[in-house]
Design a protein around this ligand. Structure first.
Ligand SMILES: [Zn+2]
Length: 266
């Protein structure tokens, strides 16, 4: 599942494949952009903010445009050698293909694919909180934004990209386990939020540059998480069976012993 680090890796891979390259063709397969032709535009940079991908281009007549995309749960960008078979998924999931002499970038099941003037990127990403993998990461501001939602559960507050940008469901579950916090704890009862913000940054940074997400230090299949995806398996710390439940529109995994419900302690 794409989280901030996966998006960061994708932005890097696209930058490596496309930056400085001139498009020899573009093929948009979404209605709103079907008539757009970026042939002749030069790719200036591929970057990201939170989980939003920003591909910055300069057209032949000097306009600066940004192609925005979001991976959500199931989207991906893949790059191929010109002439190579596209192996990223079924053809009907392709939303765009960008051709250059050296590489073809194909976007599968992308969401929120829009083209805006680069100067107006803020319309798309200006609402985001501090970016965990951005150059301007600011834990104090992230804590301040989290604290503005005292009644929200901490699990939902961590997923709210306007508080801090980059955490998806896997890191949400793992962070709360590592800090021993019951996922339904209201933000106001968590206590000091700074260690959570600092740990979130540490975990995402550790996974930047590789495609396997691990919070345990292990890259072995089945060993990469403490609680995420481990329903009914023994907690790596205490042996209690990991539980799974719906929370908001996502699922949460937690260890009932390592992350006790506050009331149950009294
Ligand atoms: Zn446990």
């Amino acid at each position: 599942m794409p989280e901030g680090d996966t998006v960061w890796n994708t932005a890097q891979a696209l930058d490596k494949a496309l930056a400085g390259q001139r498009l020899t063709g573009s093929d948009f397969r979404v209605p709103a952009l079907a008539a757009v032709d970026l042939t002749g535009a030069t790719v200036r940079q591929s970057t990201c903010r939170g989980k939003h991908l920003l591909l910055r281009l300069e057209t032949a007549d000097g306009r600066h445009l940004t192609l925005h995309s979001h991976l959500r749960m199931d989207g991906s960008w893949r790059t191929f050698q010109p002439g190579a078979r596209w192996t990223g998924g079924p053809g009907h999931l392709i939303r765009v293909a960008l051709h250059t002499p050296k590489a073809v970038a194909v976007g599968y099941h992308l969401h929120d694919l829009v083209l805006v003037p680069t100067a107006e990127e803020d319309r798309l990403v200006g609402h985001l909180g501090p970016d965990l993998l951005g150059p301007d990461w600011n834990p104090a501001e992230a804590v301040q934004r989290l604290a503005k939602h005292p009644d929200t559960t901490i699990a939902e507050a961590l997923l709210d990209q306007t508080n801090l940008a980059g955490i998806g469901n896997l890191y949400k579950c793992e962070l709360l386990f590592l800090r021993g916090i019951w996922p339904w704890t209201p933000v106001r009862d968590v206590g000091d939020l700074m260690p959570l913000a600092v740990l979130a940054h540490k975990l995402l940074t550790a996974n930047r540059g590789r495609w396997t997400q691990s919070t345990t230090g292990s890259l072995h299949r089945g060993g990469t998480t403490y609680v995420y995806g481990r329903r009914n398996q023994p907690c790596r710390r205490c042996g209690t069976l990991i539980r799974k439940a719906e929370q908001g529109d996502r699922v949460t995994y937690w260890c009932p012993a390592c992350q006790p419900e506050p009331d149950s302690e009294r």
